[in-house]
Structure formats: structure tokens, C-alpha cells
Ligand binder design. Structure first.
Ligand SMILES: Cc1cc2nc3c(=O)[nH]c(=O)nc-3n(C[C@H](O)[C@H](O)[C@H](O)COP(=O)(O)OP(=O)(O)OC[C@H]3O[C@@H](n4cnc5c(N)ncnc54)[C@H](O)[C@@H]3O)c2cc1C
Length: 88
């Protein structure tokens, strides 16, 4: 699990888990970006992922330029359903 600088700055997640230019570079098979706008500084750390799936309620968010699959929705609605489906 990683996060953007925005949530590191808010204290939601430790800075050691920040993804991006001034954080970690990651290259996973699947990068699930929930509530990520797609700022270049963040994408510098994850755009090499094989598949990016984005959940963002703003259909014009930059993340959709990088994502193979996109869900235009509130991630607070989608994530619990996704977790339920994975556990089933
Ligand atoms: C020199 C420099 C270095 C930087 N280095 C980094 C770095 O290493 N890593 C990094 O991440 N950033 C870095 N930044 C900051 C970067 O520019 C962005 O500000 C940051 O990536 C934005 O994080 P975010 O996408 O979480 O937040 P925001 O840009 O605020 O975007 C939040 C997104 O979430 C969506 N959203 C909100 N609520 C919901 C919801 N309930 N459901 C679905 N979607 C929702 C919104 O539509 C929005 O698109 C750096 C900036 C500078 C100037």
C-alpha cells in the first residue's frame, strides 16, 4: 500500500510509503489508484506499472490518461464492493 504526498502531508500514511518523484518508484503488475488525480510527480513513481486501474469521481482527472481501466465513481462506494468481491 502506498499513497500520494497529499495524504502523507495530511498524516494519513507514513512518508516511507509515498509514491512518486520524491517518494518510492514502484513497478507492480497492478496499480490501483483510488482518489489519485494523476499529478506528474505522483505518476513518476507508478506509471511503469503494467496495468493501472483508476477510481476517481472526476471524469476529467489526469489519471485517466494513464489508466487502462477507469471507474468514474466515489471510491468510498467502490472499494468496499471490490473487497467483498475479492473475498468471495
Ligand atoms: C517538487 C514536488 C515534488 C512532489 N513529489 C510528489 C511525490 O513524490 N508523490 C506525490 O504523490 N506527489 C508529489 N508532489 C505533489 C503532487 O504535485 C500532487 O499534489 C499530489 O500527487 C496530489 O495527490 P493526490 O492525487 O492524492 O491529491 P489531489 O491532487 O488533491 O487529487 C485528489 C483526487 O481524488 C479525487 N477524489 C477525491 N475524493 C474522492 C472520492 N471519494 N472518490 C473518488 N475520487 C475522489 C479528486 O477528484 C481528485 O482527482 C510533489 C510536488 C512537488 C512540487
Amino acid at each position: 500500500m502506498g499513497g500520494s504526498r497529499a495524504i502523507v502531508d495530511e498524516g494519513w500514511i507514513d512518508s516511507s510509503r509515498q509514491v512518486g518523484l520524491t517518494g518510492k518508484i514502484t513497478r507492480p503488475g497492478l496499480y490501483l489508484a483510488a482518489g489519485i488525480s494523476g499529478a506528474s510527480q505522483h505518476m513518476a513513481g507508478c506509471s511503469a506499472a503494467k496495468t493501472i486501474v483508476a477510481i476517481n469521481k472526476d471524469k476529467d482527472a489526469s489519471i485517466y490518461r494513464y489508466a487502462r481501466y477507469g471507474i468514474v465513481a466515489d471510491c468510498l462506494d467502490v472499494l468496499p464492493e471490490l473487497i467483498k468481491a475479492i473475498k468471495a
